[in-house]
Design a protein around this ligand. Sequence first.
Ligand SMILES: Cc1cc2nc3c(=O)[nH]c(=O)nc-3n(C[C@H](O)[C@H](O)[C@H](O)COP(=O)(O)OP(=O)(O)OC[C@H]3O[C@@H](n4cnc5c(N)ncnc54)[C@H](O)[C@@H]3O)c2cc1C
Length: 409
Amino acid sequence: MTVDEQLVPTDLDRFRAVVTEFVAARYPRRSDVVDTDPDAPVALPIVAGAVDPAVEAAAVEASRQWQRDLFDAGYGWVAGPTELGGAGLTATHVATLREVTAEYACPDDTLVRTGTQVLGPSMLAFGSDRIRTEHLPKIHRGDELVCQLFSEPNAGSDLANIQTRAERVEGGWKLDGQKVWSSGALHADSGVCIARTEPGSSRHKGLTAFFVDMSAPGVEIRRIEQMTGGAEFCEVFLTETFVPDDGVVGEPGAGWHIVIDALMNERSSIGNELLPEAAVMDRLLDHVRAGGDRVARLEAADVAGRLQVARWLERRLGEGYGPGDTPGPELALTKLALTDVVARMGALAALVLGPELVADAGRPGTYVWAEFVLGAPGLRIGGGTDEVLKNGIGERVLGLPREPVASRT
Ligand SMILES: Cc1cc2nc3c(=O)[nH]c(=O)nc-3n(C[C@H](O)[C@H](O)[C@H](O)COP(=O)(O)OP(=O)(O)OC[C@H]3O[C@@H](n4cnc5c(N)ncnc54)[C@H](O)[C@@H]3O)c2cc1C
């Protein structure tokens, strides 16, 4: 596919100008939305609060439609290969688009992003021809939502303990097992599932990645309610679920490569995409300006500084990467910076709002922060906990001695 240089310019300034025009024609600025509605949500994506099912369904459709609009205009897969419908541009163009969309009240794209940012790059690198040519364009157009079927009741931080198994059958594989904490599984059309394919194998050996049709017989999905009241996570039960041979991602037995690749994508993507926007910080600062004491003012200055540093860190660390590169372990620093800032913003909200954070006293813009505070701990866990990320940075970035693990001693 040829890319129209007028609509999707390679020159960065022109690119920023055309995407700004495109986005501004469709959505208002976030700051304008808050000016008119101080109770506009300050929810954190993935760990949002309860919503009416009809509102949830409409939000999912809006998110798909927004991705379709982006894709059809040439901005849905900015760094993707042109032969598959991408624009063939750079990671800097991707970051520019993200900066522009963050300024406007575009639909939340968390569900789309699991496919485009976390699993898509791994499918592009390791997927079969069918997955690459049939599914990747649909995923980047929002026509297909993908969920990540990695964690299990006994395999979270210790993912190498996966017990879901896949057996060879005529023309493919049959999967049996249970996955948990699968974000957005209820809305997903497909999922990437890691299963054990070599009986008797242990740890990271003998695992295989499968591209699973979520509507296939034997797939059962149940929601899990979070402390925010929302229920975006799911348990997924697989009972004799068939996956054809070309649904294997990578080589059979080499699933651990896919796990590592996808987790690296996820950690840098969470750090990049979920950092609260300036408008959210500004809403918090409004409360400090209105009634914060000296302690709150000092804390506010500290948090605002950390938010800015987290933004710079994200840019600085992302600079060395081109399209298709697997993020290195140092990019986990962006996720640690995110969780630090979000936890501190929540603590500051509690400090300045006091009881109004937990009891709705009717003062505009106050109780709305409860969802943010309750969602914050989830971000410290999803995509790798703070402790696990720090272990990785210690061992793989700083070259410190590996921590003792029972299976390695
Ligand atoms: C918001 C969110 C979204 C998620 N989305 C998905 C998804 O879409 N798909 C999916 O497959 N999974 C998903 N998960 C699951 C997530 O990957 C796991 O919860 C996470 O890896 C931790 O695993 P666990 O819950 O089993 O906790 P555990 O691994 O049991 O950890 C418990 C505690 O022990 C600590 N710990 C564990 N090992 C070590 C160690 N070696 N050193 C030091 N401390 C350690 C942890 O830091 C943690 O504090 C999601 C989770 C959250 C919160």
